[in-house]
Ligand binder design. Structure first.
Ligand SMILES: NC(=O)c1ccc[n+]([C@@H]2O[C@H](COP(=O)([O-])OP(=O)(O)OC[C@H]3O[C@@H](n4cnc5c(N)ncnc54)[C@H](O)[C@@H]3O)[C@@H](O)[C@H]2O)c1
Length: 319
């Protein structure tokens, strides 16, 4: 039987590399494409030599390279290419916006010509600083169009629009997932996201830097739960509507700091600093649609177990 051909854009990143591993373990042929702006080839070291795997350095805002434009048929396209940490996506906001918009357009065109099904990794940030909690997919959000986070939030919102318009105009088979905070091994230690930041600070005995008073909440999903959901979302006919994928257990940032201190046996202090502009106060997904559409899918990894696996990764990679 012919292997499924899957293209993973953003394949050298945190989520992309886990997806490549999983698709290869399912017997797919995988091409990972990435401009390596925030991703690393080391994330793909374990699969690099596999016969069904190929890596192409490619920026999705540019014209497709021959290696991709000459592919006759493709089964699946995953668009994960976009910096995800505020520090990284704000460092070149115009590029971030273009990555979501022009990049999605290029990949949708590729899906149209190859007949591939295509999935967009959208984000909970499309809800902005939500006025309701928890957020379900019918909530239109509370997003600042001109703030420092807008390049990411509005870029993803525009990408969702493009995905829907390509489906309605050209019949492209689209999927959209709105990912809530996800963590795990292979995150970058220094990208500013709260879990790698706290873990590396705790392991080095530095103060854990909490924004504001730490009472703002996030809901953290372990990477394996997300990859399960992505595979289900792509495999079955489910829905073209956006689907929240996240863990609904809410944790305050100060609780997270305490848990990480406990799991690392750290004596680090807590250091407080001002809240960044437009930082959401609450983040909690309503995952009823995902549960119904994905055959009962629910996150299964609790925070202690997921953090322990992540801490073990950082112990070997940063020390
Ligand atoms: N991790 C999360 O909690 C989370 C939450 C919501 C949404 N997402 C989305 O999931 C996707 C992956 O996020 P991640 O956490 O793995 O981040 P990441 O930074 O580790 O991965 C993003 C990858 O995309 C690549 N990339 C960026 N711009 C590109 C471009 N123009 N062309 C080609 N490649 C490009 C980067 O080099 C990197 O490998 C992103 O689209 C992000 O918006 C992630």
């Amino acid at each position: 039987m012919k292997r499924k051909l899957s293209l993973v854009f953003g394949g050298a990143g945190f989520i992309g590399s886990h997806l490549c591993h999983r698709l290869l373990s399912l017997g797919h042929e995988v091409i990972a494409a990435d401009n390596l702006s925030t991703g690393r080839v080391e994330n793909l070291a374990e699969v690099a030599a596999m016969p069904n795997f190929r890596f192409i350095r490619y920026d999705i805002t540019c014209a497709l390279p021959t290696a991709l434009s000459s592919l006759g048929s493709v089964d699946e396209i995953y668009n994960l290419a976009c910096p995800a940490s505020p520090r990284q996506y704000q460092s070149d906001p115009v590029k971030t916006l273009m990555t979501s918009v022009a990049g999605s357009l290029n990949l949708l065109q590729l899906a149209r010509t190859t007949g591939a099904r295509i999935l967009l990794a959208s984000t909970s940030e499309v809800y902005g600083d939500p006025l309701v909690s928890s957020q379900n997919e019918n909530y239109f959000g509370n997003v600042n169009t001109t703030g420092p986070r807008s390049c990411y939030d509005e870029g993803k919102r525009a990408a969702e629009t493009l995905f829907n318009d390509y489906r309605r105009m050209y019949g492209v088979d689209t999927r959209i997932i709105r990912i809530f905070n996800t963590y795990g091994p292979r995150m970058s230690a220094d990208d500013g996201r709260v879990i790698p930041a706290f873990i590396t600070q705790a392991l080095k005995g530095l103060p854990l830097t909490v924004n504001g008073d730490g009472s703002q909440t996030r809901s953290f999903m372990y990477i394996d739960d997300l990859i399960d959901a992505i595979i289900l979302m792509m495999a079955n006919y489910i829905t073209h509507s956006p689907v929240n994928i996240g863990n609904p257990v809410e944790t305050t940032i100060i609780e997270l700091a305490d848990i990480i201190k406990r799991l690392t046996d750290s004596t680090s202090e807590i250091g407080y600093r001002p809240m960044p502009q437009d930082d959401p106060r609450r983040r909690c997904p309503d995952i009823a649609r995902a549960r119904d559409a994905l055959g009962g899918w629910l996150p299964t990894v609790n925070l202690d177990d997921g953090l322990t696996a992540t801490i073990n990764y950082f112990k070997t990679s940063i020390i």
